[in-house]
Write a protein that binds this ligand. Structure first.
Ligand SMILES: Cc1ncc(COP(=O)(O)O)c(C=O)c1O
Length: 382
């Protein structure tokens, strides 16, 4: 199990921050890199000509290593929604087909398809939140449902952001493939924590941002694109996406062919070296710790929470179907509306999400945080 990494962060002992699923604190090393990079932008004439490309290729490699991808199959993008919109442009959903999404999944893997459904004459089918919390069985049943229209795409999160349900993606990927459907994975609450290997999972697209679990800044996200989709038209048209459109050449539009690999889908202004370096360092830290040690630590914390909250009347998903790092408390009589505020007044931070209280520890949390949460929760919530 990974030991507590609190010393690498700027988190005072009296702060009980259990809200990484909303946004994680930046490690000190990431903050320092950000400050140094701002100073570099203050004196840009000192930067070597290949400085930006070194930074973004480092970030691409770091992102690829978290999901078992080759860097050439990873695009640099600014948000999950940007990646899904790219997929929306690249993937043609045939008329009359269906696209599967999860009930109350985050807007990013859902709304692109909702907004295209009418003009595209396809349907968006919602997999309802299962009573027993078993999203995997619910999705598998929807994929294999007989006597219905053909399935074109499964566009889902691999960990549900609000109830913390963890989906068994290898089983879902295999079922989608059997039906000839494409798979888009929003791995926002997964990449860096649970092990992902795109080479065996073989999704069509897999996307994650850096500002939550991989300890990076806003505005940086990464998209794995299967080779079979590396011939599409990118969301935006930029010079770096083309083989040769160079201001330094004597001919500007020399070669308009798109770059090979997923690079053609890179966002504009990927030269943003300040956030690229910050993103790379956070992801490298996560890779350095490794999935199993991280999962062991976070499962230890959420298991301890579950035990200590037993008999308080709150409900949590069964261990078999919940993520190791996201514990969402359901309140059969409704969550007291002022609960998050009352917790925050005691320096205890968790997030209200669709009627639940979502607790999301990370590597900087320890048993003392859990015990403190439980003590304050019992005092202000019950
Ligand atoms: C499941 C999930 N996907 C995506 C995002 C972020 O999406 P975007 O990067 O498009 O803002 C979040 C943020 O809460 C999320 O929970």
């Amino acid at each position: 199990m990974l030991p507590c990494q609190r010393d690498l962060f700027d988190i005072p002992r009296d702060i009980c921050f259990l809200n990484a699923a909303s946004w994680s604190p930046l490690p000190l090393a990431v903050q320092e890199a950000g400050r140094a990079a701002v100073a570099r932008k203050g004196q840009p004439w000192k930067l070597p000509p290949d400085f930006q490309s070194q930074q973004y290729e480092r970030a691409r490699r770091a992102a690829a290593s978290l999901i078992g991808a080759d860097p050439v199959d990873v695009a640099l993008i600014p948000s999950v929604g940007y990646g899904v919109s790219t997929a929306g442009k690249v993937l043609a959903v045939p008329a009359g087909n269906r696209v599967l999404v999860l009930q109350d999944d985050h807007s990013s893997p859902v709304l692109e398809w909702v907004s295209r459904a009418r003009d595209g004459a396809f349907s968006v089918e919602t997999v309802h939140q299962p009573q027993d919390g078993d999203w995997t069985s619910a999705v598998l049943a929807a994929i294999d449902r007989p006597n219905t229209s053909a399935l074109a795409l499964v566009s889902i999160s691999s960990v549900h952001w609000s109830d913390g349900g963890a989906l068994d993606m290898p089983r879902i990927a295999a079922a989608a493939k059997r039906q000839g459907a494409a798979l888009l994975v929003d791995a926002t609450h997964d990449a860096g924590v649970r092990r992902i290997d795109v080479k065996t999972l073989d999704p069509d697209f897999l996307i994650f941002p850096t500002y939550k679990w991989v300890l990076g800044p806003y505005g940086r996200a990464f998209m794995y694109v299967a080779k079979r989709h590396q011939d599409g038209v990118p969301l935006e048209q930029s010079a770096p996406a083309r083989k040769s459109v160079s201001a330094e050449d004597t001919v500007y539009f020399r070669n308009l062919e798109y770059q090979d690999g997923a690079r053609r889908y890179d966002m504009g202004e990927r030269d943003h070296f300040i956030s690229m370096e910050m993103a790379a360092i956070g992801m490298e830290m996560m890779a350095g710790w490794g999935n199993e040690p991280i999962v062991a630590r976070l499962a230890m914390l959420t298991d301890r929470l579950t035990e200590e909250l037993a008999n308080t009347g709150v409900q949590v998903l069964d261990k078999k179907v919940r993520a190791p790092h996201v514990l969402s408390l359901a309140f059969p009589k409704g969550m007291p509306t002022d609960l998050p505020k009352k917790l925050a007044a005691e320096n205890v931070y968790a997030a209200p999400r669709l009627g639940r209280l979502r607790i999301s520890p990370h590597v900087y949390n320890d048993e003392a945080d859990v015990d403190r949460f439980v003590e304050v929760f019992k005092r202000v919530a019950l």
